[in-house]
Design a protein around this ligand. Structure first.
Ligand code: 5GP
Ligand code: ZN
Length: 114
């Protein structure tokens, strides 16, 4: 996906503040943070959204979850808690069509979200 924003971040054509990286996954700070900690965890493979995930992505999904744990530890919110949000499709407000997990933390998070 040549013109995909997050693919361009992976290729380092657009700068981002990377907080963790594995062979399969990149984690970087959201440009418009909604909480003191707001990190996006994305696969390096272009996948439009969660609905496109297949059993063959099991290793990738595990890697993304391990990255979420690593981010939580690194940001020191492992004990205080955090929320993972995966907007999927138009009703959710998904703007960037490259699968991403929002990791939000650092304050009390309102539940339920709007
Ligand atoms: P969505 O609404 O698709 O679930 O979330 C997309 C997220 O990407 C938003 O929270 C938005 O602030 C973030 N975002 C959009 N453009 C950029 C960018 O160029 N750099 C970074 N770091 N985040 C971005
Ligand atoms: Zn992409």
């Amino acid at each position: 996906m040549a013109d995909c924003l997050f693919c361009r971040i992976i290729r380092k054509e657009i700068p981002a503040t990377v907080v963790h990286e594995t062979e399969l996954t990149l984690a970087f700070r959201d440009i418009h943070p909604r909480a003191p900690v707001h990190v996006l965890v994305i696969p390096k493979e272009h996948i439009d959204s969660l609905i496109q995930l297949k059993p063959a992505h099991a290793g990738l999904i595990a890697d993304m979850h391990q990255t979420i744990q690593a981010v939580a530890r690194q940001e020191k919110v492992e004990a205080t808690g955090f929320r993972v949000v995966v907007n999927t499709g138009s009703d959710s407000g998904q703007e960037v069509k490259h699968l991403h997990y929002h990791v939000l933390a650092g304050r009390k998070l309102v539940w339920p979200p709007g």
